[in-house]
Design a protein around this ligand. Structure first.
Ligand code: B12
Ligand code: SF4
Ligand code: SF4
Length: 325
């Protein structure tokens, strides 16, 4: 391709990303993080990461050039996963005879790592053919990158008080995917914070995990306990009694966020609930054997918790006096 101005290159790249199925794309210049990294380090020092020890590996999070020394641009993509289903028992029978546990929205369909990674690879191929000799690397939850921080720098949205990134145009139900590239583009600017005086997420969190605005203590977060902890670790009593029917992940802070009223529907069929199932019954889960679990959740994020972890979560739900049976 003949030499293009940054503006033309940026236009072509963004056009390619949008045509590949991404919901939006923004680009930030590479820089070594300062304030954001200090806050991150603080979070780690407070032990808010719990047993997620991989998060302690910090220097690459501060200096993204350690991942790709020639990187000049951080290309940030979003993929909307909002499908118009609700958490309701699948049948009268399930509603009345069994404890039901809610699955968080991001895990209703196929594992986003697969879909987003495939698309990021297409972007990498595009960059390599369009900008000969250029180099790139892509990530979706797969590397030591502060993805939310880069999404903010690339103008995708702001970090809400629940710490997820919110787009003014389409709320927060989206995944972030990142491509580091050696090519220089025209860069986007961060937008303002539109949380204002709202505290809906902080007030609604069942376990008070949003310990101060913009700061989530993962060791209090239902998502951490029901997804990230090993199956042999029991859910502490103070969390178990406040699970509010969540069996895998938790969406409460995003469900109550006024900005999610502007959410548009995702046209990704892969994110629609498998078997139209947004909740699971304790009977189904407790009677499931390994083969059934592997078969049912083969391409689903739910497989992360393993059968023993999912059953541990349902046992905790049964001990929760607030669980609706
Ligand atoms: C570890 C992790 C978790 C942990 C910790 C959550 C957390 N808040 O970080 C747990 C297991 C709890 C978790 C849960 C969820 N996660 Co998660 N998670 C990650 C992961 C792998 C790393 C995040 C990280 O580095 N956290 C460290 C902390 C320190 O970061 P932070 O909370 O953003 O902290 C910043 C703020 O506190 C800020 N700050 C502090 N003080 C102040 C003050 C002011 C004024 C301001 C402005 C900012 C500020 O500075 C800190 C450093 O930048 C990312 C993928 C990635 N590689 O980035 C996905 C990711 C963040 N998760 C994601 C999702 C979807 C979820 C869930 C919604 C899943 C679910 N339904 O259960 C929940 C949401 C829970 C919540 N309220 O955060 C998405 C978020 C997409 C988005 N729109 O933002 C990501 C980006 C994955 C992806 N590729 O799409 N997750
Ligand atoms: S995901 Fe649930 S438990 Fe975690 S901060 Fe949000 S509302 Fe609280
Ligand atoms: S619920 Fe309110 S405070 Fe929380 S992220 Fe949304 S707008 Fe911000």
């Amino acid at each position: 391709m003949e030499q293009l101005s940054n503006t033309n290159s940026t236009f072509l790249l963004k056009d390619f990303c949008l045509n590949s199925g991404f919901t939006s794309v923004g680009i930030a210049p590479v820089e070594v993080l300062t304030t954001e990294f200090e806050r991150y380090q603080d979070w780690i020092n407070l032990g808010y990461h719990g047993t997620m020890s991989y998060l302690e590996k910090a220097s690459q999070r501060q200096n993204i050039l350690e991942l790709l020394p020639e990187a000049r641009s951080v290309i940030v993509t979003t993929t909307n996963y909002y499908t118009p289903y609700k958490h309701s028992p699948q049948s009268e029978n399930e509603a009345t005879t069994s404890t039901t546990g809610k699955i968080s929205r991001y895990a209703w369909g196929e594992d986003y790592h697969i879909l987003v990674k495939e698309r990021l690879k297409l972007v990498e191929e595009f960059l390599q053919t369009s900008f000969q000799g250029s180099t790139s690397k892509s990530y979706v939850d797969t590397g030591p990158i502060l993805e939310k921080v880069w999404a903010v720098k690339a103008g995708i949205g702001w970090q809400g008080k629940h710490s997820n990134v919110i787009s003014k145009a389409f709320g927060s139900w989206f995944f972030i995917g990142i491509v580091l590239s050696s090519v220089e583009f025209d860069y986007d600017s961060p937008i303002s914070d539109f949380c204002g005086t709202c505290t809906a997420c902080i007030d609604a969190c069942p376990t008070s995990a949003i310990v101060e605005p913009y700061r989530v203590d993962a060791t209090k977060c239902i998502s951490y306990w029901t997804i990230e902890t090993k199956p042999d670790i029991s859910i502490p009593e103070e969390i178990a009694v406040n699970l509010d029917n969540w069996a895998f992940g938790c969406d409460t802070c995003q469900d109550v966020c006024p900005w999610n009223r502007f959410q548009q529907e995702s046209n990704e069929e892969q994110f629609a609930p498998k078997f139209e199932e947004t909740v699971l019954s304790s009977e189904t889960v407790m009677l499931m054997n390994q083969e059934e679990f592997s078969q049912r959740f083969r391409k689903s994020p739910v497989k992360r918790t393993k059968l023993a972890g999912l059953q541990r979560n349902f046992l905790a739900l049964q001990s929760d006096s607030n669980t609706k049976i």
